[in-house]
Design a protein around this ligand. Structure first.
Ligand code: AKG
Ligand code: FE2
Length: 205
């Protein structure tokens, strides 16, 4: 499984992998996300421009909760362990020097989206790979919330549409791949993360 992701990342700058965790493990992650929501732990996500933190619903309408490495539920731990082995694998096969990663739960309420953007917020950012794990067991055509990846190929742009299906992981290069979350017509759940080329400090937005 990891070989295929590494090949696709090297060639296409993105990779999609289904069943990154079993459906049961993914549902356990969704349950943890929901508990966090019920406990009021989610906050409206912001956008960082020139070091400022702003909330702008015309750009992004999701709400998020960062995962705290020192206080992980068993289900989140299973996910983080898989991500950690994937990161080590990338370091070996793609000659990267990824040091650390950070993740947040995300909820896009019906009617929200995240306009086309690049995940590198500023030049000093250390995000190398973005990865999103989807937690929508009943997703169907018409629910919206697809991830659109804008690939540049020989001077032309190609759009890849990724449906946010339970257990699916998408990984892409943070520095070059512009992307957007299409309008969600239903609540859309995921865990978004970034692999960094330095140890994470307190840069949480
Ligand atoms: O949820 C997704 O599919 C992508 C989210 C995203 O682009 C982000 O949080 O930066
Ligand atoms: Fe993004």
């Amino acid at each position: 499984m990891l070989d295929a992701i590494a090949d696709s990342l090297a060639i296409n700058s993105y990779a999609i992998i289904d069943n990154f965790l079993s459906d049961e493990e993914a549902m356990d992650c969704l349950a943890v996300l929901r508990e966090n929501k019920e406990d009021g732990n989610f906050k409206k996500a912001g956008i960082g421009t020139l070091g400022m933190h702003q909330i702008d619903k015309s750009i992004r309408g999701d709400e998020i909760k960062w995962l705290d490495n020192n206080n992980l539920s068993p289900a989140s731990q299973v996910y983080m362990d898989q991500v950690e082995s994937m990161m080590r694998f990338f370091n070996r096969t793609l000659f990267l020097s990824l040091k650390d990663f950070e993740c947040h739960f995300a909820h896009y309420p019906s009617g929200t989206f995240y306009k086309r953007h690049l995940d590198l917020l500023k030049l000093s950012d250390h995000r190398k790979l973005s990865f999103v794990f989807y937690l929508n067991p009943d997703w169907k055509e018409g629910d919206g919330g697809e991830l659109l990846l804008y690939l540049q190929e020989n001077g032309t742009e190609r759009t890849v549409v990724v449906n946010p299906l339970l257990g699916r992981l998408v990984v892409f290069r943070s520095e070059i791949l512009e992307h957007e979350v299409a309008l969600a017509n239903k609540s859309r759940y995921s865990i978004t993360g970034w692999m960094l080329d330095q140890y994470k400090g307190t840069t949480f937005l």
